[in-house]
Design a protein around this ligand. Structure first.
Ligand code: GAL
Length: 658
């Protein structure tokens, strides 16, 4: 099986999406000159080139791409070649309107933007496969080709009739009989019983709340339907070039795609990360997505896209201040990335993204963006041989699961304020701030290698996952679980008692009487901290240890945090400092040390292979105590026992002790 290693070959890939079809050919020469100057060794071509390659049905215009592939090769730049199937040309929608997605209310999602295809459309799939076939045949064996990039950020949803038929086939595979489907969907409720398969629809616009089990299955189906599009194209390119690795780029922590299931189908796991430069916790977000992607890849991963400066899709789009692009790029490398790439190489002058930054911005080669690009390219080249391929090891895992996310993000819950991604982020932040190396894992994964497992919030847990957690604790592991977890089974049916009985026993919960969600601006006093978002009316089992009780309100005196042996349950969302110290306590008890003790506020330490990365997320000068003698691979200087870091400073240290 080919892997990222085959494309990387002992370096770090550096480059980005390159859209030369937006520019006259004279500019291409200038592009390669500047790419060489910046140390770019990889470009992603073709992502949105469908209309250029196939201007009318069945036509093939490869000449321009031939010239580009040759141009890249002659300058030693590898090409991540995309199948351009994310954005069908207007002719497809005009001639085959059935390829256009329908929204929940039946309205058509038109061409004129991008990604307007129905994943279930046989016509779309046929055209996509034919183009992929010809592209793969043409460039198989081209020396510039280093990787395949299938489509781009698969994310379409469709509720059309073709989708309905496909959904029914998917459901038939899953349930076999209508009785089983009716049972799983709880259709006795509101007279929703189905009498024949053709009656079943995707959950379209409805009068009131939709059947949650149907919505859950539709989300599962949509992820699978898109995955079929991906694997169909992957199989075509793999047939032509079995030694070239294949990827498709994920959106980070995005609910539309079960990235655990998808990453199992990829040779290279890649992701696009766009932290908000104005977010004081942007560095933590970057770290979290890096940890998640590394865990999906089970090793080095590819940062396929990030922005050199501003994006253009937030309400207010500020550029990254000087140094932040470098800091977040090196942070991704510290956390396992072997590729640091961007959307996009040269900033566009036309189209919807003309205000989105590029590695080479409108200001040109003398602008700050390009100056920073050049510096980073040189630094990545310097550290590449020592870093590339090395692993990051963690003894703490955070559990994350799409089924639980999908089921728990519906209408009709105790609170509409519960935001799964935000809860995950809150818990990861607590570990990040305490300097604990962290992986992500799925709830049914083999957890044996972890000293501590953390469940921020998994509303749905199937029986296998529950057995897995119980066995993990029995086997000596420490489990910390957040509120509103283990509530529903795989069909989104509430477990008797409101929470699975095995889990209640594990944590020492006698009775779970009620869920008490909190208002957005409400907090509940607990012993030693304040809880937000959620609280629960719990009764502890006799042998449970109550670590903190609620202090005020209706739940005063009841347990807020309780524990039985090595299993701890947290029934609210503790404020950050409290959650940090709670988790740090468990981690310490498990014998897991932070990467580096005694760090100044805002400094992150990460070990990758034999290297120690120090990353300073703030602007003031700090001194970091780092006992021993090292070489800083970024400066070549030697470091003895301490190092000063300025604004957004980074050091990559290799021990020189004999
Ligand atoms: C990504 C996408 C790119 C570009 C970028 C802008 O979602 O894959 O094509 O649109 O966002 O931030």
């Amino acid at each position: 099986m080919p892997s990222l290693r085959d494309a990387v070959r002992g370096r770090i890939l550096f480059g980005g999406d390159y859209n030369p079809e937006q520019w006259p050919e004279e500019v291409w020469e200038d592009d390669v000159r500047l790419m060489k100057e910046a140390g770019v060794n990889s470009v992603t071509l073709g992502v949105f080139s469908w209309a250029r390659i196939e201007p009318r049905p069945g036509a093939r215009e490869f000449g321009w791409l031939d010239r580009l592939m040759d141009l890249m090769h002659s300058h030693g730049i590898g090409v991540v070649l995309a199948t351009p199937t994310a954005s069908p040309p207007p002719w497809m929608g005009a001639r085959h309107p059935e390829t256009l997605p329908r929204a929940e209310d039946g309205s058509i999602v038109w061409y004129g933007s991008r990604q307007q295809f129905c994943a279930s459309s046989p016509v779309y799939r046929r055209y996509a496969a034919a183009l992929t076939e010809d592209l793969a045949a043409r460039y198989a064996g081209h020396p510039a080709l280093t990787m395949w990039h299938i489509n781009n950020e698969y994310c379409t949803h469709c509720w059309c009739d073709e989708t309905a038929a496909h959904f029914r086939r998917w459901l038939h595979e899953r349930y076999r009989t209508l009785d089983a489907l009716n049972e799983a969907w709880g259709t006795a409720f509101w007279s929703q019983r189905y009498d024949a398969w053709p009656e079943i629809l995707p959950p379209r616009k409805a009068q009131y709340m939709k059947n949650p089990a149907q919505v859950l299955d539709f989300k599962r189906f949509t992820s699978d339907a898109l995955k079929e599009c991906y694997t169909a194209e992957r199989d075509i390119v793999a047939r032509h070039t079995p030694d070239i690795p294949v990827t498709t780029n994920f959106m980070p922590l995005w609910s539309g795609q079960d990235a655990w299931a998808w990453s199992a189908e990829e040779d290279v796991v890649s992701v696009d990360i766009y932290p908000d430069p104005r977010d004081a916790w942007g560095g933590q977000y970057n770290a979290m997505i890096a940890d998640m992607t590394r865990s999906q890849a089970a090793g080095p991963w590819m940062l396929m896209e990030q922005a050199a400066g501003a994006v253009n899709w937030r309400p207010v789009n500020r550029p990254k201040p000087e140094g932040l692009n470098r800091l977040w790029s090196l942070q991704a490398v510290a956390r396992g990335a072997d590729a640091v790439c961007y959307f996009q190489w040269r900033q566009s002058r036309q189209g919807s993204e003309k205000f989105h930054s590029g590695m080479l911005g409108h200001a040109g080669e003398h602008g700050r963006a390009f100056r920073e690009t050049r510096r980073l390219g040189a630094e990545l080249a310097a550290i590449g041989p020592a870093v590339s391929g090395a692993g990051v090891s963690a003894r703490v895992a955070v559990l994350h699961d799409w089924d639980a996310w999908w089921a728990g993000a519906q209408e009709g819950l105790p609170s509409a304020l519960l935001d799964y991604a935000e809860v995950i982020r809150h818990w990861h932040r607590a570990l990040w701030e305490s300097g604990t190396a962290t992986d992500f894992a799925r709830p049914d994964a083999d957890l044996g290698g972890y000293a501590v497992v953390v469940v921020p919030h998994l509303y749905l847990l199937d029986d296998a996952a529950i057995d897995n957690l119980v066995a993990y604790v029995r086997g000596g592991g420490r489990l910390v679980c957040g509120f509103f977890s283990g509530v529903a089974d795989r069909d989104d049916r509430i477990r008797p008692g409101g929470m699975d009985a095995r889990l209640r026993e594990l944590f020492g919960i006698g009775i779970l009487h009620e869920w008490w969600p909190l208002e957005a601006d409400e907090a509940v006093e607990c012993d030693g901290f304040r809880g937000t978002l959620w609280s629960e009316e719990l009764e502890a089992a006799e042998d449970a240890e109550v670590l903190a009780t609620y202090r005020d309100g209706e739940l005063a005196g009841l347990p807020a945090v309780l524990r039985r042996g090595r299993a701890t349950y947290v029934s609210t969302l503790p404020e950050p400092a409290a959650l940090r110290s709670l988790l740090a306590g468990v981690v310490r008890e498990a014998g897991v040390e932070p990467v580096l003790a005694g760090l100044p506020e805002g400094v992150e330490a990460v070990r990758r292979g034999e290297l120690l990365f120090l990353l300073h997320h703030r602007r003031e000068m700090v001194t970091v105590a780092v006992p021993g003698t090292y070489e800083d691979l970024l400066t070549g200087r030697s470091v003895v026992d301490r190092i000063a870091l300025g604004r957004y400073g980074v050091a990559v240290l290799r021990s020189t002790a004999p």
